[in-house]
Ligand binder design. Sequence first.
Ligand SMILES: NC(=O)c1ccc[n+]([C@@H]2O[C@H](COP(=O)([O-])OP(=O)(O)OC[C@H]3O[C@@H](n4cnc5c(N)ncnc54)[C@H](OP(=O)(O)O)[C@@H]3O)[C@@H](O)[C@H]2O)c1
Length: 244
Amino acid sequence: MELAGQVAIVTGSSSGIGRAIAETLASRKVSVIVNSSKSPDQGLVVADSLQGASYFQGSVTDDNFGPDIVQFALRRYGRLDILVNNAGTTRIISHADLEGATTEIWREIFEVNVFGAWSIIRAASAALEDNGGGQILNITSLAGIRQTGSSIPYATSKAALNHLTQLLAVALAPKIRVNAVAPGLVDTAWTKDWHDIRNNYSKTAPLQRSATTRDVADSALQIMENPYLTGTILCLDGGMSLKR
Ligand SMILES: NC(=O)c1ccc[n+]([C@@H]2O[C@H](COP(=O)([O-])OP(=O)(O)OC[C@H]3O[C@@H](n4cnc5c(N)ncnc54)[C@H](OP(=O)(O)O)[C@@H]3O)[C@@H](O)[C@H]2O)c1
């Protein structure tokens, strides 16, 4: 499926996985709206480096974020074809530490990872239906599939996003396709200090390494370019889930 000429919003794309997806889409001649909440300088650098891209600052947790970024896309480009829900947050809390995973932390994580994605999807769905139909790609996690991840609230939020992906794949068909990529450990700023986890990953995963952001962006593109895929949750983990 030809993506050239389409318009995409990629939340949380000033760094890491979101940035790699923005770069990959731009390389396919997609106009990308780069977003971040606290790193406008970095976001502008990314947008300036990509043909046809623009930058929109805002947190996915803000009530008006969804409507505002969709309006921005429609005013600037006149259409919206792709929504990538990539912005995410976590806390590192041992799964056995029930006291550590306070309700406040649950709320904080769900506000970004689940409610944030939901409110943009609601705001974007009408525009995504136009121009022959569009698509949503959610960046979830292996933690949303297997008993792993930086904390139980994080893993549960990603499980919710995986389930939301499949519920919406049915609810929004046939005009909007909805898929997810669920990576295992990826080398980004988020995980740069996770030395023990990375060593364990290299020792245990069949492919003996963590993922690069390029690995994730390549899979995201394969999904986005396939017009017959919906409801897919692609577990991109170098085989790690086979060993747990
Ligand atoms: N790295 C991994 O091992 C891994 C594995 C599985 C899944 N993931 C998922 O992949 C996604 C990206 O992670 P990453 O590793 O690439 O992290 P990263 O390099 O830290 O990038 C996170 C991006 O999200 C933005 N962001 C954070 N909170 C936001 C908010 N409320 N509104 C808008 N943007 C926000 C950040 O910019 P600002 O801080 O300026 O807002 C940044 O652009 C997350 O959903 C994460 O759960 C990561």
